[in-house]
Design a binder for this molecule. Structure first.
Ligand code: LLP
Length: 431
C-alpha cells in the first residue's frame, strides 16, 4: 500500500533506515521523507513530457511542502516552482532556485509581493484579478521592468475528487470568470500595458483528483475561449497551465492513476483541441504539489496515554496531532498507519488515534486495526508529505517537529525541531 519496507526486527524502514532508530536520534513527532520517492514522482511528470516530445514546465507547488532542502531537490530535478507568497519566494531564493523558473500565484498579491517578484525577475506572474493588474502596471513602470504573465481563469469546472461540479458562473475567489467577459476584459487591459507579455492561460480545478475527465473538460473550455480570442485579437496562447491536483493514495480506498497517465491525457486532449481549432501547440505547464511530496513523507509519533471506554472505543494518544497534521480536523481527511516497531504484529485490535491538543476534533485516525499497542510504541502515519508540515501551527504552543530527508542510506536533518525559545522569540514583555 505504501512505498516503505519492513526489516528483520519487524521495524518499518524508510529509504533502508530503521524508523525506530530515527526516532531515537531525532525525537518525535518527526517528519521523514524518502527523497528517492520525491525524485521518482517528479520524474514521472518530467519524463512523460520528454518522451512525448512536448515542451513543458513541471512547477512544484511549494505550498505542499516548502523548505530550503525541498526546493533544492526540486531544482536538482529541473522542476519549475510555484510560489504564492513572499515567504515561499524568499525560501526559493534562499535555496538558490533559478528565478526564471519561478511562477507567482495568489488571489490577493499585495504591492510588496509584486515588487519583490519583479525585483528578482521571476519567470512569470499568474494574474488573478483587476486590482493586481493595476499594481503590476505600477510596479513595472517604477522598476522599469518587463514581466511574462498568465491569466488565471475559472473554467467553471470544480473537481470534488470523483465528481465535477459544472457551473456557468463559477463562484470562486480565484481568477477571472470565462463566461461573463471578465477574462476577456483582463486580456484587453493586459495587452495594452507596456512591459507585460501575456503568455497564456492558467486554470486549476481542484486538488486530490483521481480521474482525468475534469482536466480534459477544463481544457475544452480553455480552447473555446482561446478560439474567440484568436479571432478577435489574433491572440495565441504560447503556454497553457492546467494547474495541479493529481490525486495520491492515503488509504486503501484511494485508487490514484499513475502520474504519467494524467500527463498523457493532458497531451492527448490538447493535441486534439489544437488540431480542431487550428492553433499552434502551446507549451504545457502543470503545478503538482501533493503528488510530488505526499506519499514520499510520513510522520513518526510516540504513543502515550491510552484510554479505554469499555464497549465504546479505545483512544490511543500520540505526541502530536492537529498541530503537525491539520487535515483530519479540517477536511475529515483519512490516513493509514502502522506500529513502526511492530509492523506485522498479529494480535490486532481496533483503536482510534488521538492528538494531544485541547480539542475533541484533534483525532488523526478513527477506528484503525493495529497490532495491540503499548505505551512508547512508535506509530507511523503514512502520506503526510504534503500539506502536513506546511500547514503546521502553534496551537497550544507545541513546537513544530523536525524534518529528516533520507537518501542513499543516509539521514539528514533538513528542518530543526523548534525549541520553546524559538516560539517565544517574538513575544515582548509587558512588565
Ligand atoms: N496550483 C494551484 C493554483 C493551486 O491552488 C494548488 C493547490 C496547486 C497548484 C497544487 O495542488 P496539488 O497538486 O497539491 O493538489 N490544503 C489542502 C490542499 C489545498 C490545495 C490548494 N491549492 C489539502 O491539504 O488537501
Amino acid at each position: 500500500l505504501h512505498p516503505f519496507a519492513v526489516n528483520e526486527d519487524g521495524h518499518l524502514t524508510i529509504g533502508g533506515l530503521d524508523a525506530v532508530n530515527l526516532t531515537k536520534k531525532y525525537g518525535t513527532p518527526l517528519f521523514v521523507y524518502d527523497v528517492k520517492k520525491i525524485r521518482e514522482n517528479a520524474r514521472a511528470f518530467v519524463d512523460t513530457f520528454r518522451e512525448k516530445g512536448v515542451q513543458a514546465q513541471v512547477a512544484y507547488a511549494s505550498k505542499a511542502f516548502s523548505s530550503v532542502a525541498m526546493i533544492q531537490v526540486a531544482k536538482q530535478e529541473n522542476l519549475s516552482l510555484d510560489v504564492v507568497s513572499q515567504g515561499e519566494l524568499y525560501t526559493a531564493l534562499e535555496a538558490d532556485f533559478p528565478v526564471e523558473k519561478i511562477h507567482m500565484h495568489g488571489n490577493n498579491k499585495n504591492i510588496d509581493e509584486i515588487s519583490m517578484a519583479v525585483e528578482y525577475n521571476i519567470g512569470c506572474i499568474v494574474v488573478d484579478n483587476f486590482y493586481e493588474i493595476e499594481l503590476l502596471e505600477h510596479v513595472l513602470k517604477e522598476q522599469n521592468k518587463e514581466m511574462d504573465v498568465l491569466i488565471r481563469v475559472t473554467p467553471g469546472i470544480e473537481a470534488h475528487t470523483h465528481d465535477y461540479i459544472l457551473t456557468g458562473n463559477e463562484d470562486s475567489k480565484f481568477g477571472f470568470d470565462l463566461t461573463n467577459g471578465q477574462a476577456e476584459d483582463a486580456l484587453q487591459k493586459l495587452m495594452k500595458i507596456d512591459g507585460i507579455h501575456v503568455k497564456g492561460l492558467h486554470c486549476h480545478i481542484g486538488s486530490q483528483i483521481f480521474e482525468t475527465d475534469g482536466f480534459t473538460m477544463a481544457i475544452e473550455r480553455l480552447f473555446q475561449t482561446l478560439k474567440g480570442w484568436k479571432d478577435r485579437y489574433d491572440f495565441e496562447s504560447e503556454v497553457l497551465n492546467v494547474g495541479g491536483g493529481f490525486g495520491i493514495r492515503y488509504t486503501a480506498e484511494d485508487d490514484p492513476l499513475p502520474l504519467s497517465t494524467y500527463v498523457k491525457s493532458l497531451i492527448d486532449k490538447i493535441s486534439e483541441q489544437v488540431n480542431e481549432n487550428e492553433m499552434a501547440f502551446p507549451e504545457i505547464w502543470i503545478e503538482p504539489g501533493r503528488s510530488i511530496v505526499g506519499d514520499a513523507g510520513l510522520t513518526l509519533y510516540s504513543i502515550g496515554s491510552v484510554k479505554e471506554i469499555p464497549n465504546v472505543r479505545k483512544y490511543v494518544s500520540v505526541d502530536g496531532g492537529m498541530t503537525d497534521n491539520l487535515r483530519p480536523a479540517l477536511y475529515n481527511a483519512k490516513y493509514d498507519a502502522v506500529i513502526a516497531n511492530n509492523v506485522n504484529g498479529t494480535n490486532k485490535e481496533e483503536i482510534s488515534l488521538a492528538g494531544k491538543c485541547c480539542e475533541s476534533g484533534d483525532m488523526l485516525i478513527w477506528d484503525i486495526e493495529l497490532p495491540k499497542v503499548t505505551q512508547d510504541d512508535i506509530i507511523a502515519v503514512f502520506s503526510t508529505g504534503a500539506y502536513g508540515y506546511s500547514m503546521s501551527n502553534h496551537y497550544n504552543r507545541f513546537p513544530k517537529p523536525a524534518v529528516v530527508f533520507i537518501e542513499d542510506g543516509q539521514d539528514k536533518l533538513v528542518i530543526k525541531r523548534e525549541s520553546f525559545k524559538d516560539m517565544v522569540q517574538n513575544d515582548l514583555s509587558y512588565e
